[in-house]
Every structure is written in C-alpha cells, then in structure tokens.
Design a protein around this ligand. Structure first.
Ligand code: NAD
Ligand code: ZN
Length: 345
C-alpha cells in the first residue's frame, strides 16, 4: 500500500509500505476513504515530538471501511463504514472508566504517534470496539472526519473544561481548526458573547460566519483592552487558549473575570508564566489536558441531527496520492486561506 511516512525532522514521503495486518484479536484493519491533516501533524513533521521516530506513518484523523477484524472484535465486521478516533483505548481499565482514554493502561495510543496512523491506504486500529464508531447510512463523511480529533478536543478540553454556561462571555484565543471546534461546540451552551481572537483576517471572517459575536485581530490593537472594554471592565467568564504559545497564555490570564475558567488547549513546547499570585485571590480555575474522545458518540448524534455542521471547516480537497501538496497548502494556511484539508482515497 501507499503511506505518508515520517523520515526525520522536515522530511516525509508518500511511499510503498507493507499493509498492516491483525496483530491482536481486538484489532481491526480499516481501508481509509477520507483523512485530513492536523496542526499536530505539522508539529510532528517539524520534529517537535521526539517520541515519533522515522518510519512512522503519520495522521490521526480518518473515516473508512472495515477490511478485517480480529476474533475479539464484536461490534464491527468487514464492510462496516466507520469513524476512527484519534486515540485508541480499551474502554475498560480504570483510566478509561474515568474517561482518560489517552491514559489507557493498554495503550492510549495516539494514531500516527506511537503506532502507525491514518495517512495511508490502510490502518490498524487496536481496541477497535472502543476506538471505532459506526457511521450512519447517508452521513456526510467529510463532516465526520472532523470528529476524529478537533471537535472532541474543542469540546472536551476547551468548552467542557471551561464550563461554558448560558450568558457567559467566552473568549477563544486562536481561530485555527481547534479554536473553531471550540467556537462551534460552545454554542451548545448559549453563551452571550463568543469572541474569537487571531491575527489571520480570513480566519476571523470565517469565525464570524460560524457564530462568533466578535472577532478581534491581535495584530490591530491590544486584546486585553478590547475584552475589558467589551465587558465593562469585568473580563471573560471563560478564556480558551487554542494557540500554544506563552504570549496567548498570558493574554488568557489577563482577560479572565473573577470566578472565571481558563481552559488551556494549546500544546506548549516551552514553559509559560503562571501568575498564581494574581489568580488565587480572584477564584480563577485553570484546566489543561489531552483530548480523550469520549464525547465522540455524542458529537456524532449532533451532526446527524443537524445541530452541528463541522463540514463547514473544510476549505480544500485533494486526492490521497497528492498528500504532499496538501501538506504544503495546510502548512501555508494564512496565504492559502486553508482551514481543514481533506484527502480522498
Ligand atoms: P493552528 O496553528 O491551525 O491554529 C492556531 C491559530 O493561532 C492560527 O490561526 C494562528 O494565526 C493563531 N495565532 C498564532 N499566534 C497568535 C497570537 N499571538 N494571537 C492570536 N492568535 C494567534 O492550530 P490548531 O490545529 O487549531 O491547534 C491549536 C492548538 O491546539 C495547537 O497548539 C495544537 O497542537 C493544540 N491541540 C491540542 C490538543 C489537546 O488534546 N489538548 C489536541 C489537538 C490540538
Ligand atoms: Zn490532531
């Protein structure tokens, strides 16, 4: 088969590779029909994630058709149309029972990280019963690829950790796919104001179309002053950090209202300053974490019901064979006006 193989920092190739086979009875092999590229893939490709070693097939988002299953798989059979969770977990150990799928005692594997991923013609999914989700007849595959990672991340680590409530002022710093996922899912909870912050004018326009009540360009004025002016000096009830750099984490600490929640989603490659000396006395809660994907079944229902339309994040489509060009476009997102890039097998 063909697969996108990591070959060390800055290097990858769409090349021939042995197709995966059932290794454990709980495995399934899935033929990929659609996959996409995540910001985290770009971090990996740069070499920011040293636990990913050369030879690894990249990618952790996808949908496809079950090709074969091990003897221990009872929920799926060959021919089933499935959504793949970015994290493969048993669902039965203590950590899984606490919804910490990324910390499953028997893996907690992020696809395309410690095991081969979805940017290939075929992928092996360990713990298939808990890590695949049936796709209802007639569902929109393109929308569902967004549920492998970015939608659960925005919901679980942004909106739910941030405890968004009706009437809240929610500020989301970073209007990339993950920030947009928080924007879409925050709307389930009826906040009064949804403020998106970015420096990319095109992404801010998209944010307005997807429900942001305000879009602040960080390149055109002080964000702290603008949030304070908007809220009469009170600040944001919820600040969601969806960039992953010290400066934006700092902004979240400065804009948060008394009693507010800072939900850090961004992956930080360097240390940040935490101003506990200022936060404790204002009853601020700070959360952070790695996505679990335990909300994926609920998100599937909202997409089916039409109350969530994550397909609106797709800006570009390529044939799977053209994945290297798709990486170039996604890696130059501001100039290419790219949000999510779909690869079709
Ligand atoms: P992205 O790079 O596409 O989006 C980040 C956005 O931040 C861009 O639109 C960029 O213009 C904007 N930005 C950069 N600097 C800024 C600044 N100073 N002020 C305002 N905006 C600024 O990334 P993404 O795919 O949307 O992911 C966002 C973050 O979430 C990344 O750090 C990613 O690694 C992380 N992530 C975390 C989890 C998790 O489980 N916690 C899961 C997936 C992704
Ligand atoms: Zn991802």
């Amino acid at each position: 088969m063909k697969a996108l193989v990591y070959q060390g920092p800055g290097k990858m190739a769409w090349q021939d590779k042995a197709a995966p086979v059932i290794d454990k009875p709980t495995d399934a092999i899935v033929r990929i029909t659609r996959t996409t590229i995540c910001g985290t893939d770009l971090h990996i490709l740069k070499g920011d994630v040293p636990t990913v070693t050369p030879g690894r097939t990249l990618g952790h988002e996808g949908v496809g058709i079950v090709e074969s299953v091990g003897d221990g798989v009872s929920n799926f059979k060959p021919g089933d149309h499935v959504l793949i969770s970015c994290i493969s977990a048993c669902g039965r150990c203590l950590n899984c029972k606490r919804q910490l799928y990324a910390h499953c005692d028997d893996g907690g594997w992020i696809l395309g990280h410690l095991i081969d991923g979805t940017q290939a013609e075929y992928v092996r999914i360990p713990h298939a019963d808990n890590s695949l989700h049936p796709i209802p007849e007639g569902a929109d595959e393109e929308a569902l690829v967004m549920l492998s990672d970015i939608l659960p991340t925005g919901l679980e680590i942004g909106v739910l950790n941030g405890q968004v409530k009706p009437g809240d002022t929610v500020v989301i710093v970073g209007a990339g796919p993950v920030g947009m996922a928080a924007l879409l899912t925050a709307q389930f909870y009826s906040p009064a104001r949804l403020v998106m912050v970015d420096m990319d004018a095109n992404r801010l326009d998209t944010a307005r179309q997807l429900g942001a009540t305000h879009a602040f360009n960080a390149a055109e004025g002080d964000i702290v002053e603008r949030v304070m002016a908007l809220t009469g000096g009170r600040g944001a009830d919820v600040a969601i950090e969806a960039v992953g750099i010290p400066a934006t984490f700092e902004v979240c600490q400065e804009i948060i209202a008394a009693g507010g929640h800072i939900a850090n989603v961004g992956v930080h490659g360097t240390s940040v300053n935490l101003h506990l000396e200022k936060l404790w006395i204002r009853n601020i809660t700070l959360t952070t974490g790695l996505v679990s994907t335990n909300t994926t079944p609920m998100l599937l229902q909202t997409v089916q019901a039409g109350t969530l339309s994550p397909g609106s994040l797709v800006t570009h489509r390529f044939a799977l064979d053209d994945i290297e060009e798709a990486y170039r476009v996604f890696g130059d997102a501001a100039r290419e006006k790219a949000m999510k890039v779909i690869l079709e097998a």
